[in-house]
Design a protein around this ligand. Structure first.
Ligand SMILES: NC(=O)c1ccc[n+]([C@@H]2O[C@H](COP(=O)([O-])OP(=O)(O)OC[C@H]3O[C@@H](n4cnc5c(N)ncnc54)[C@H](O)[C@@H]3O)[C@@H](O)[C@H]2O)c1
Length: 271
């Protein structure tokens, strides 16, 4: 067992529990996409329990009912406004801003979909278009929508969700890998352009995380090649472990951090 393994055993991943910071988001409105499941849900929950107003966005609107019920009686002073919205749709983007009451202090762009693990020569146009529509267009559209208000106030924090697939070519299919590299491009461009105006733009690159994300494998070449590269993968963690990284980047605790792609992966990217 290596030193890295010792720090990130499945047992350690299972035993970890979050420690919320009371009041860290008090007075802040935070848009969280993908809030109906997995990493988005865990992030929305933590921001509310740390005092924030979360505009919780998901295309599967019914998933937000559970989140609202779960957070109805929590301590911490926060609240949640659910918005059933598709981030690829311009009218939905407007409805998200309306739900925020015109002021967005922070944006967590977490909604995303996987591809089918296809290599480039076996990938369909449909997979490419859909993965780019959600992971890239959706991320871009919400960034573009919240930036004018942040620039006016001279303050704001945006966290995009990349992936291990933004750091290497062996973690997913061609479409997802390219889309998450594009998310890094949006992040670095935003960080450079807006840092001097008080707006920070960072990304998190999750490793294996236990969520509801679906992979429908339909091809053979890509999945087989990818299977041979799984040896260095670290133990899967809870969505709350990713929420801990994302909320740190969103918060003022990370005021000196701009333009990073934070691998939250137990060290997989170091392998
Ligand atoms: N789970 C992992 O191991 C892992 C690893 C690396 C990166 N990620 C990334 O983390 C993010 C969250 O994934 P997750 O694992 O929590 O998945 P998940 O499927 O559990 O949750 C994603 C949520 O996003 C919503 N969504 C999908 N398309 C949408 C759209 N067009 N508009 C609004 N909402 C939409 C879904 O309805 C779902 O509730 C994604 O960007 C994913 O690529 C996940």
């Amino acid at each position: 067992m290596t030193e890295l393994d010792a720090q990130h055993t499945p047992q350690a991943a299972a035993a970890w529990t979050e420690r919320p910071t009371p009041g860290r988001f008090t007075g802040r409105t935070v848009v969280v996409t993908g809030a109906g499941s997995g990493i988005g849900r865990a992030t929305a929950s933590r921001v509310v329990r740390e005092g924030g107003h979360v505009v919780a966005v998901d295309v599967a609107a019914e998933r937000l009912d559970d989140l609202v019920a779960e957070l109805a009686d929590v301590d911490g002073g926060g609240r949640v406004t659910p918005v059933g919205a598709d981030i690829t749709d311009d009218a939905s983007i407007t409805s998200i801003l309306d739900a925020a009451g015109g002021r967005v202090d922070a944006l967590a762009n977490i909604a995303g979909i996987m591809d089918d693990m296809s290599a480039l020569h076996e990938m369909t146009d449909a997979v490419w278009s859909r993965v780019f529509a959600v992971n890239v267009d959706g991320t871009m559209k919400l960034m573009r929508a919240v930036l004018p208000g942040m620039l006016e106030r001279g303050a704001g924090s945006i966290v995009n969700t990349a992936s291990e697939a933004a750091l290497r070519g062996s973690a997913a299919g061609a479409a997802y890998t390219a889309s998450k590299h594009a998310v890094v491009g949006l992040t670095k461009s935003g960080a450079f352009m807006y840092g001097p105006d008080g707006v920070r733009v960072n990304a998190v690159a999750p490793g294996p995380t236990i969520t509801g994300i679906e992979v429908n494998v339909t091809t053979r070449f890509g999945p087989t090649r990818l299977g041979s590269a799984r040896g260095t993968m670290t133990a899967p963690v809870s969505a709350a472990a990713l929420a801990a990284s994302i909320t740190w980047l969103l918060s003022d605790d990370a005021f000196n951090v701009n333009g990073v792609v934070l691998a939250s992966d137990g060290g997989w990217s170091a392998a």
